[in-house]
Ligand binder design. Structure first.
Ligand SMILES: C[S@@+](CC[C@H](N)C(=O)[O-])C[C@H]1O[C@@H](n2cnc3c(N)ncnc32)[C@H](O)[C@@H]1O
Length: 389
C-alpha cells in the first residue's frame, strides 16, 4: 500500500510513458515499411508496383498518425504536470521523463517532415515509365529548344571567359586542337544518358568520369552532378594549370586536372565514362589515341565520342552504339541495346543537393531509389528553390 505523501510510481509520468510507447509504435511501423520498400527497390529488380503502392499508402497513414501524436504531446505533458500536483519528487520525475523525450520527439519530427520528399521520390517508381536516354531533338517543344540554344551561347561565352590563354606552342606542334568547346546542351544530354547507363552497369558504386583533353575544364565541372569523381587530362600545360585552379575554387573537391599526353597516358582503365571531343587535329594521330584508349579500358566502359570519324573505328573494335554518340566497349549491338532498354527504366534525377547530415529513418530507401535514378525532391517545385525565402 502506498502511504499518504508517497507518490505512486507513475504519478506525473504516465503521459510520458504513453508518448514513448506510441512513438515506438510509429517508428517500428515506419521502419518495417522502409525495410520492405527498400527490398522491393533492390537494384535490377522489377518492383512489385501494387505492393509498393500499398505500403506507400500505409506509410502515409502512419506518418499522419505520427504528426497527430506530436500534436498531442503538449496536452499529454500538461496532464502529467497536473498529475504531479505539488509533490516535488513527482514534479522532478515528470520533468526528467519529458526531458528524456525531447530528442526522440525531435528526431521523429525530422523524419515525418521529410516524408513529402520521400513520397514524391516513390510515386514515380510506382508508375515507372520508360524514358528515352536522349529525346528526339525535333520533338522538343520550341521553348526548350530556344532555352537550350541560349544556354549553349552563354556557355560558349563562359568558355571564352574562363580560358583567355593562347595555345602553348609545343601543344600546337604536338597536334593538339585549341580549347574549342562542344555545345553544352549536347554534352549534358550525353553525360545524362551515360549516368543512367551507369546505374545499370554499376548500381550504387562510385563512378569516375574523364574528359580526354579538358582545356580549362568547363566540361569536367559540368559532369560533376552526374558522377562521383571527374577528371580532365590535358597536354597543354597552361590549360592544365588553369583547370586545376578553377577546380580548387569549386564548392566541392570532386574534380581534378591531370597533366598528360592522351596518346601515351596509362590511367584510362581507372575510369567508367571517357569523353573525348576530337582533341587532336590530325586524323591518323586521333585514330592512334582512340586505339590506345580502346586497348586500355575494360569491357563495359562507356565512351562519349561526339564526332563522325569515330563510328567506323568503334565498330571495328567491338565497341557498340548505345545511343547517339554514346558507346559501350566489349559489346555487340545486342548487348548495347539491352543496356539502353534497362537504362530507359532508370529515373532521370541527379543528386543536386548535398545529403543532410542528420540520419533519417528513410535513408536506406533513399539510397535504393538513388540507385534507380530517383531523388527525394518535391516534383511540383523547383529542386533548388530555397525554403527560407
Ligand atoms: C577540342 S578541345 C575540347 C575541350 C573540351 N574537352 C570540350 O569538349 O569542351 C581539345 C582539348 O584537348 C587537348 N589535347 C589535344 N591533344 C591532347 C593530348 N595528346 N593529350 C591531352 N590533351 C590533348 C587540347 O589541348 C584541348 O584543350
Amino acid at each position: 500500500m502506498i502511504g499518504a505523501g508517497v507518490m505512486p510510481p507513475e504519478q506525473g509520468t504516465a503521459g510520458a510513458a504513453e508518448m514513448r510507447e506510441r512513438m515506438d509504435r510509429v517508428r517500428n511501423a515506419l521502419s518495417t515499411n522502409v525495410t520492405e520498400m527498400t527490398a522491393l527497390l533492390a537494384p535490377a529488380r522489377i518492383p512489385d508496383r501494387s505492393r509498393l503502392n500499398h505500403i506507400l499508402l500505409e506509410t502515409n497513414h502512419v506518418v499522419h498518425a505520427g504528426h497527430r501524436l506530436i500534436g498531442e504531446s503538449g496536452r499529454m505533458r500538461s496532464a502529467d504536470l497536473a498529475a504531479a500536483g505539488n509533490i516535488p519528487e513527482a514534479q522532478a520525475a515528470m520533468h526528467r521523463a519529458w526531458a528524456a523525450l525531447a530528442m526522440p520527439i525531435n528526431q521523429l519530427r525530422l523524419d515525418l517532415n521529410k516524408w513529402t520528399h520521400v513520397e514524391s521520390m516513390l510515386r514515380p517508381q510506382v508508375k515507372q515509365r520508360r524514358l528515352p536516354l536522349i529525346e528526339t531533338y525535333e520533338k522538343l517543344p520550341g521553348t526548350v529548344i530556344t532555352r537550350e540554344t541560349v544556354g549553349d551561347v552563354l556557355f560558349a561565352d563562359l568558355h571564352t571567359l574562363l580560358n583567355p590563354l593562347e595555345q602553348d606552342e609545343d601543344a600546337r606542334a604536338h597536334g593538339c586542337h585549341r580549347d574549342i568547346p562542344l555545345p553544352q546542351s549536347r554534352f549534358l544530354r550525353l553525360v545524362h544518358a551515360a549516368r543512367r547507363c551507369m546505374c545499370v552497369l554499376k548500381p550504387g558504386q562510385p563512378t569516375q568520369f574523364l574528359d580526354v583533353g579538358c582545356g580549362a575544364g568547363l566540361k569536367v565541372i559540368s559532369a560533376a552532378p552526374y558522377f562521383d569523381r571527374c577528371a580532365g587530362l590535358e597536354y597543354d600545360p597552361g590549360y592544365a594549370k588553369l583547370a586545376a585552379k578553377l577546380f580548387r575554387g569549386l564548392p566541392h573537391d570532386r574534380c581534378r586536372a591531370i597533366p598528360g599526353d592522351a596518346l601515351t597516358w596509362d590511367g584510362y582503365h581507372n575510369f567508367d565514362v571517357l569523353y573525348f571531343f576530337r582533341p587532336i587535329r590530325d586524323d591518323a594521330l586521333l585514330a592512334q589515341m582512340e586505339q590506345h584508349i580502346l586497348d586500355s579500358v575494360p569491357e563495359g566502359t562507356l565512351l562519349i565520342a561526339p564526332y563522325r570519324t569515330f563510328v567506323a573505328r568503334a565498330e571495328r573494335n567491338n565497341c557498340a552504339n548505345v545511343t547517339a554518340d554514346l558507346w559501350l566497349t566489349g559489346s555487340d549491338a545486342a548487348g548495347a541495346a539491352r543496356l539502353r532498354r534497362a537504362a530507359e527504366l532508370i529515373g532521370t534525377d541527379v543528386p543536386l543537393q548535398a545529403g543532410a547530415n542528420v540520419p533519417l529513418i528513410w535513408d536506406p530507401l533513399i539510397e535504393a531509389s538513388r540507385r534507380r535514378g530517383f531523388e527525394p525532391t518535391l516534383r511540383w517545385r523547383h529542386p533548388l528553390e530555397d525554403d527560407s525565402v
